[in-house]
Ligand binder design. Structure first.
Ligand code: HEC
Length: 324
């Protein structure tokens, strides 16, 4: 989806970029401490302020590259900002939610810390304050001040936590490795992992109508519906289908009010063994002008519990077949 090599580079270098702000924020508490233990409070407070300001500003590159990377590897929806967790097995998505939350909390705290340091640095110049000798000041007023130190430690804490999760996501730990192995095994046992074989074989099912009809609900295309023998009677009667039964809808473009010849996406709705409904959306070749409908992709294969199918659920609530 991201064609530009520059964007690709920015996304992939996220694990490198993050070390600039992290390193600076790790050094910050030390810089603040030194500023109130010596007599050179003003230049040292200024130093602490610059460390914080550069750390805070450079973190913007980390936030942006992290978002791009998350979208590129499909952990964040292509047009979204936060991963969606659709099942308990999505360990990486859950970890990424925490990672993003901690980095954003750190960003807010960092803004506050930078502002506190800037204030302390300006204050060193103010008349009255500068006249009081260093040793005469209360401890928390010296240099950058104790409040800035506390906030800097909170800042380091939240980014440190975020960084730890980031490291786990890149290098893996027991939980993520197990999740990856499970996903691998599930994929090997799943004949339709790469191609919706049953949906593509729709012509072997029972046609639910004699001729194509237009469907406003599915992109205003022409459609025909095909249902398994085990489900066709229930389907015709408007009843929920039995477990194992499924319906496939094949679509075509519209040409001047008549069914066209260009195939559109395939839709499938299945009643699973446990009675729940699963959806499938397969569009082998998305024409260039319609790619914006599917997040810019040129080929789409989505299956439940993919969060991109949430729109299907909106109309196809629970097991009820929608009114025609
Ligand atoms: C705007 C509401 C709406 C949305 C969104 C929607 N559908 Fe439908 N769907 C319908 C209606 C209404 C029908 C009945 C037939 C028709 O009007 O085309 C239907 C019919 C179907 C059928 C034929 C079997 C049946 O139950 O009649 C399938 C399969 C299907 N939809 C799959 C999907 C999938 C997969 C998605 C998501 C990618 C989806 N639909 C999104 C409203 C919707």
């Amino acid at each position: 989806m991201l064609a530009s090599p520059l964007i690709e580079f920015i996304a992939r270098e996220h694990p490198a970029f993050v070390h600039v702000p992290l390193g600076l924020v790790a050094a910050l508490p030390l810089a603040i401490l030194i500023s109130f233990l010596t007599k050179h409070a003003r230049p040292l407070t200024g130093t602490a302020f610059f460390i914080a300001a550069v750390g805070w500003a450079s973190s913007v590159a980390s936030l942006v590259s992290g978002l791009l990377w998350g979208r590129q590897v499909n952990l964040i929806p292509v047009t979204g900002y936060f991963p969606v967790v659709a099942s308990e097995k999505q360990v990486l998505q859950k970890m990424l939610q925490l990672h993003i939350t901690a980095s954003l909390v750190g960003f807010v705290i960092g803004g506050l810390c930078t502002w506190l340091l800037w204030r302390a640095w300006r204050r060193e110049d103010s008349p009255g304050f500068a006249e009081r000798r260093h040793a005469g000041r209360r401890f928390w007023e010296r240099g950058a001040g104790v409040p800035a130190l506390v906030v800097a430690l909170l800042w380091l804490g939240s980014w440190g936590f975020s960084g730890k999760l980031g490291g786990i996501m890149v290098f893996g730990n027991e939980e993520t490795n197990k999740a990856a192995a499970d996903a691998d095994r599930a994929k090997r046992n799943d004949a339709e992992a790469d191609l919706p074989i049953r949906a593509l074989d729709y012509a072997s099912l029972e046609p639910a109508g004699a001729a194509p009809e237009r469907s406003k609900a599915h992109g205003d295309r022409w459609r025909r519906i095909w249902v398994t023998a085990s489900g066709i009677d229930d389907y015709q009667a408007g009843k929920p289908m039995k477990p194992g039964a499924y319906a496939v809808m094949a679509t075509f473009t519209d040409e001047k009010g008549k069914p066209g010849t260009e195939p559109g996406p395939l839709y499938m709705k299945e009643t699973k063994a446990d009675g729940s409904t699963a959806f499938l959306f397969y569009w082998a070749r998305v024409p260039e002008n319609l790619r914006k409908e599917v997040g810019g992709q040129d080929s789409v294969y989505w299956r439940s519990p993919d969060p991109k199918l949430i729109t299907c659920l909106g109309c196809h609530e629970k097991d009820a077949t929608p009114a025609k």
